[in-house]
Ligand binder design. Structure first.
Ligand SMILES: Nc1ncnc2c1ncn2[C@@H]1O[C@H](COP(=O)(O)OP(=O)(O)OP(=O)(O)O)[C@@H](O)[C@H]1O
Ligand SMILES: [Mg+2]
Length: 249
């Protein structure tokens, strides 16, 4: 639970000062924001810094729902970036939910004697797991990283849309503020918009340009005055830093 002094603030710091200035202070409390990015751009790191900010500096409850990696790997990668989640877990401010099983459910699964679609079962299991964990831990901040493994099992946009909507509504039904990561499927001016971009209340796009320049851009943020220019960022042994006053060349 939050301590009283932070309960009323309308904005939550992202844990990245440069991103906070782009966001006019931070993420809007209670919203679901999509972090959309190419592989290796830092989607997991941005989620971690967001959760670390709450758990380490604001005495909040932060919950990571990991679809890609077991807890031990997450913990050691983040330690390499200066974030000690073990200490925060011991203090009761951090919880890792291992949701990697979702990927391993076969196409045809059984519930008792009844055959059910494995991908539908994966979704139901995940939503149950998230709801259970939220009820027990009462998080202020949630990160779901990433929804791509689940959602890509539903090939058509028509099938995918209700899956994304279920996931987003589950997160919206809580008092937490959530980040949800997803892989960027196509790039360029003519790229196809992904259903999660329409459904999330905010979208942050992370890309690596030719020459290796990393850029972050706020595509939308309902109810906020934001900087919509792409801005450069760097990742070092101290984590990610957004250079919010610099232009991208
Ligand atoms: N100690 C470090 N110093 C510099 N850069 C680092 C360090 N640790 C990680 N990185 C960079 O961070 C990137 C990985 O970040 P992260 O795992 O958050 O990306 P991601 O978008 O979640 O990737 P994926 O698509 O594989 O899930 C790596 O590509 C690497 O370049
Ligand atoms: Mg990742």
């Amino acid at each position: 639970m939050s301590d009283g002094s932070h309960a009323e603030a309308a904005k939550l710091s992202s844990g990245l000062p440069g991103l906070d200035s782009m966001l006019d202070g931070g993420f809007n409390r209670g919203r679901v924001v999509l972090v959309l990015g190419e592989p290796g751009t830092g989607k997991t790191i941005i989620c971690s810094q967001y959760l670390h900010q709450g758990a380490a500096r604001e005495n909040q409850h932060s919950m990571f729902i990991g679809m890609n990696e077991p807890q031990s790997r997450f913990m050691s990668e983040m330690r390499g970036l200066g974030m000690d989640f073990s200490a925060l877990e011991a203090k009761g401010n951090f919880k890792y939910i291992d949701a990697t099983d979702v990927r391993r459910i076969p196409e045809q699964a059984k519930v008792g004697r009844i055959s059910v679609g494995g991908r539908e079962l994966g979704l139901v299991n995940l939503l149950d797991t998230i709801q259970d964990a939220i009820a027990k831990f009462e998080p202020d901040r949630i990160a779901v990283d990433s929804m791509s493994d689940l959602v890509f099992r539903f090939p058509s946009v028509e099938e995918r849309r209700p899956v994304v909507l279920d996931l987003i509504e589950t997160l919206q039904s809580t008092r937490a503020t959530s980040l949800l990561t997803s892989e960027l499927l196509s790039t360029g001016e003519e790229r196809l918009l992904q259903p999660e971009e329409y459904l999330a209340e905010g979208v942050v796009l992370m890309r690596t340009l030719r020459k290796g320049v990393r850029t972050i851009q706020i595509l939308k943020m309902r109810g906020s005055k934001v900087d919509t220019h792409p801005r450069p960022y760097v990742i070092t042994g101290n984590g990610m830093e957004v250079l919010s006053t610099e232009e991208v060349y």
